[in-house]
Design a protein around this ligand. Structure first.
Ligand code: URA
Length: 213
């Protein structure tokens, strides 16, 4: 049977609801004052696959888009190799503002704490409710904490999972591949790619038959 395309038409009204949600969250929260801006999720509102990262980095904060820095470049490459078009995915972060410490001219990324993740959860939950993806891919421990509400080990859950009523797929964060020792990087990347392919296959299998919408 022919597979339907990964993206399909968004029902009316959801773009406005998402814009209102983003406006409601943009100028509050533990890190908004120091950051340049909130970095909103992006992608089609009927994306079958949503990918959740940790938080915007320096480049994302500057450009106002998720995953446009070094981790984003690795993610783009892996998505392409996995046969997933980035434009067909909804990409967002657990934490919407860049948390950093200033060292001279450099802004050094700070990992969000459990309190940061808890603060932003209302926002993530609301946007996932609006987009209603078939499957949510958690990239790294912060995204897993945000989606599950509990500190869970990626190593124990890696793969398909059901988290707080959502179909999920647990995998590592692309930056962990960039940070891996040289000898381990190719293997780490291959594992990440295999996860993305599996998540894609699951979300495509979940889609309604062609012509049903
Ligand atoms: N890392 C993330 O988790 N999110 C981004 O948007 C960029 C880097």
């Amino acid at each position: 049977m022919a597979q339907p395309p990964l993206n399909w038409r968004a029902p009316d009204g959801r773009a406005e609801a998402l814009a209102a949600l983003n406006a409601a969250g943009a100028e509050k929260g533990p890190h908004w004052a120091a950051s340049t801006r909130a970095v909103f999720g992006e992608g089609p509102l009927d994306a079958p696959l949503a990918l959740i990262g940790e938080q915007p980095g320096d480049k994302e904060d500057e450009e106002g888009r998720p995953f446009v820095g070094p981790a984003g470049r690795l993610l783009d490459r892996a998505l392409e190799e996995a046969g997933i078009a980035r434009r067909d995915c909804y990409l967002t972060n657990a934490v919407k503002h860049f948390k950093f410490v200033q060292r001279g001219k450099r802004r050094i990324h700070q990992k969000p704490g459990a309190g940061d993740v808890a603060y932003y959860r209302w926002w993530l939950e609301a946007e996932l409710d609006l987009v209603a993806p078939r499957r949510v891919v958690t990239l790294g421990a912060t995204a897993l904490l945000a989606l599950s509400g509990k500190p869970l080990a990626i190593s124990r859950l890696r793969g398909p999972a059901r988290l707080q009523g959502r179909e999920a797929f647990v995998t590592v964060h692309p930056s962990s591949i960039l940070r891996a020792p040289d000898a381990d990087r190719a293997g780490a990347y291959a594992g990440f790619l295999a996860d993305l392919r599996a998540a894609r296959d699951l979300s495509v299998a979940d889609l309604p038959p062609a012509g049903a919408h």
